[in-house]
Design a protein around this ligand. Structure first.
Ligand SMILES: CSC[C@H]1O[C@H](OP(=O)(O)O)[C@H](O)[C@@H]1O
Length: 343
């Protein structure tokens, strides 16, 4: 059994596991240009907030390596355009912008184009390496919260393949498997792109973690009939007051958790916090193609020209969140106060 990963920087090449091919095929893609990175993010070949940030960082470094100007000012202008381009791929996960901004500040500290190119790649590698350690810490803090709970529900895939390794919401399960702590994980399939059915089930099976797949509509009944003891989810952007954007369907689970009086945990690194916004009302919610809902692959499951609303995320108000598990520790309400304290 092993914890799967989805991003590699090897022999000066960016290689990703094409998450659109899982669970039936493990297809590795080499992304040779910023355009290929952009395409991979938009098409969810790489997805998951931290993984998007890591891949975009490598994408910016790749794009920079192609710029031929030797004038630093011109180079930085081209880099700013590349930042805007990659930043337009997906709007909700703040990790994308956090990673790109980290590289931009490194580039602006350079005194030469070649120096900047070297520093950009080094910073992308740092972000990648740091994220694995970050997720392991989240897993350890998460395990401490779940030590007396076995039946846990989750949604989407906030797992190892959505990060550098281990994941956020799934990190306690992967670490638990290594430490002999047993869980029974109930994974919501996560319409319309099925990250739960296709990715979380596959990922937990790689680690030998018992996992049961349910449809999203079964969540309430499952919490009641199976005695779910906790819900743990990832995040794409957390506002200064703790309001959290995550995969569509997360808000419903948070409301159910409150109704059934079970803890609702958000697991996320500090790179997912956006302290520039006061509340979740300011989080941009990505709306994706209607075909994700009206079609199963090539097969139409709705009448032609059906009107569709396809938000990829929703926002859970902080008052529904029992605790936010980060690499720096477990944050409990009052979130505005305690996020400011711990950062
Ligand atoms: C640790 S992944 C965080 C987050 O990202 C996922 O969204 P997507 O699959 O659209 O990239 C999902 O919301 C996860 O919880």
């Amino acid at each position: 059994m092993s914890v799967p990963t989805s991003i590699k920087w090897e022999d000066n090449q960016l290689i990703i596991l094409d998450q659109q091919k899982l669970p039936h095929e493990m297809v590795y893609l080499t992304l040779n240009s910023i355009e290929e990175v952009f395409d991979a993010i938009v098409k969810l070949k790489v997805r998951g907030a931290p993984a998007i940030g890591i891949t975009a960082a490598y994408g910016l470094a790749l794009g920079a390596s192609r710029h031929e100007t030797e004038k630093l000012d011109d180079f930085l202008e081209l880099l700013q355009e590349d930042f805007r381009y990659l930043g337009s791929s997906r709007p909700t996960a703040v990790n994308l912008f956090w990673a790109l901004e980290r590289l931009m500040s490194v580039a602006h500290s350079s005194t030469s184009v070649n120096g900047a190119k070297t520093l950009l790649l080094e910073e992308a590698i740092k972000i990648h390496v740091e994220d694995e350690a970050t997720c392991k810490k989240i897993g350890e803090f998460g395990l401490s919260l779940l030590e007396n709970r076995r039946r846990v529900m989750t949604i989407c895939n906030a797992g190892s393949i959505a990060t550098a390794k281990y994941g956020t919401a799934l990190a306690p399960f992967h670490l638990g498997a290594e430490k002999g702590k047993e869980f029974d994980v109930f994974a919501c399939e996560t319409r319309p792109v099925y990250q739960g059915a296709r990715l979380t089930v596959w990922e937990l099976q790689q680690s030998g973690v018992p996992v049961t797949l349910i449809t999203d509509s079964m969540a309430a009944h499952t919490i009641h009939s199976k005695g779910i003891e906790a819900i743990i989810v990832g995040a794409d952007r957390i506002a200064a007051n703790g309001d959290t954007a995550n995969k569509i369907g997360t808000l419903g689970l948070a409301i159910l958790a409150k109704s059934y009086n079970i803890p609702f945990y958000v697991a996320a690194p500090f790179s997912t916090f956006d302290l520039s916004i006061d509340s979740g009302a300011q989080i941009p919610i990505e709306e994706r193609n209607s075909s994700e809902i009206t079609h199963l692959g090539e097969i139409a499951i709705a009448p032609e020209n059906t009107k569709v609303y396809n938000p990829a995320f929703d926002v859970t108000p902080a008052e529904y969140i029992t605790a936010i598990i980060t690499e720096k520790g477990i944050i409990k309400p009052d979130y505005k106060e305690n996020i400011a304290k711990i950062q």
